[in-house]
Design a protein around this ligand. Structure first.
Ligand SMILES: [Zn+2]
Length: 362
């Protein structure tokens, strides 16, 4: 095509577009007049409440609560999930707060927001950290799930079908569990797909937490994705995970970091009119986990967010008669992303997650 023909075509398109006879008809045709997740069916411009049913199998079934905010105008579908670990309370309360946030009012939203505040209802009810007490499985390790497995497998399968497959982007919210004294951070997953990774990086920077873990070791196989975020990422949907809150009592500031972060991402995705500045100079880290080799009583010697040098003492382990067993030292220089918050310690437990500072991976 010559430049002249090209220019004429562009002029023709610009002139024709507003008066094209099919244009108004196309606008009138809504591709998604309703949006349904589980039993929640929202009309365009409305909010609906319901559940995603985990069917009965080798053990009991149960209902995962869900809200669908189907915005007044079409746009991206963003899923926000928390409570895979039902005692990471700040993240759960953050999604509860979003349900009634004026900024997530369907009249103001372009696109659709799927809110799932509590995946692991049994953990929340029984105050059980890390796992689903029904089958003792972590509810963020068995994706994409298995309809013939135990409760966690079946719950993961319905979450994949109802939430992951229907969304364009997913944010999975976590926090310090009952035994984790955690500083807030996000993860940025490197999938190797440059375009997708740039998109998810933009979402993470818009979210606003200034410490970001570079996550390079997630499975690449969508049929063995393990993690919820990775289930979306391996299906080509730019997504990320963020954590805030710590060891039981809820601080409003931690809840606000997460709920406001989601609203910022909605602005970034043009789901709302909010203008968002990306976090300017994040601290990029890769994490090393310090695991216990002992059963005993743990005494932390540093707090969350401490900057430690390789070899610094971060804790002491004593036996049940107060005799010292071991000093725990930092294996590398870095930032304490979280440290064990409770005296209970058994072999294999995580003592600390240490963030080793890296260059901006861009
Ligand atoms: Zn968690």
């Amino acid at each position: 095509m010559t430049n002249m023909k090209h220019a004429l075509l562009i002029v023709a398109l610009v002139v024709c577009h507003p008066v094209h006879p099919g244009h108004d008809r196309l606008r009138a045709q809504d591709a998604r007049p309703t949006f349904t997740v589980g039993t929640a069916m929202a009309q365009r411009g409305h909010k609906a409440y319901g559940v995603i049913h985990v069917p009965l199998g080798v053990d009991a079934g149960y209902d995962i609560p869900v809200v669908v905010v189907h915005g007044a105008r079409p746009g991206p579908v963003l899923a926000v999930v928390s409570g895979a670990h039902g005692t990471e309370y700040a993240s759960i309360l953050a999604v509860e707060a979003l349900i009634d946030s004026p900024s997530a009012n369907p009249a103001e939203v372009s696109g659709t927001l799927i809110l799932v505040p509590l995946v692991n209802v049994p953990s929340f009810e029984r105050i059980t950290p890390h796992v689903n007490p029904i089958d003792e499985k972590s509810m963020n390790r068995y994706y994409p799930g298995n309809p013939n497995g135990t409760q966690t497998d079946r719950a993961s399968a319905v979450m994949t079908k109802e939430v992951v497959e229907q969304c364009d982007h997913l944010i999975d919210l976590h926090g310090g569990d009952l035994d984790e004294n955690l500083r807030p951070y996000s993860y940025w997953t490197v999938t190797g797909n440059q375009k997708q990774d740039e998109f998810s990086r933009g979402m993470v920077l818009a979210f606003g937490l200034d410490h970001i873990i570079i996550s390079r070791d997630r499975p690449k196989d969508p049929n063995a994705s393990r993690f919820l975020e990775n289930t979306a990422s391996t299906r080509g949907k730019p997504s990320f995970t963020a954590e805030a809150g710590r060891s039981g009592p809820v601080e409003a500031s931690d809840v606000a970091l997460l709920s406001d972060g989601v609203l910022k991402v909605m602005g970034h995705l043009k789901m709302t009119r909010r203008a968002v500045a990306p976090v300017a100079k994040p601290v990029w880290v890769e994490v090393t986990t310090v695991a216990s080799e002992y059963n005993g009583v743990f005494f932390p010697q540093v707090s969350r967010d401490a900057h430690v040098t390789k070899g610094n003492r971060i804790g002491i382990v004593r036996d049940y008669l107060n005799r010292p067993i071991a000093e725990i030292n930092a294996p590398e220089s870095g930032i304490i992303m979280f440290i064990r918050a409770l005296p209970s310690l058994k072999k294999g437990d995580t003592i600390a997650s240490l963030g080793v500072v890296k260059q901006d991976p861009k």
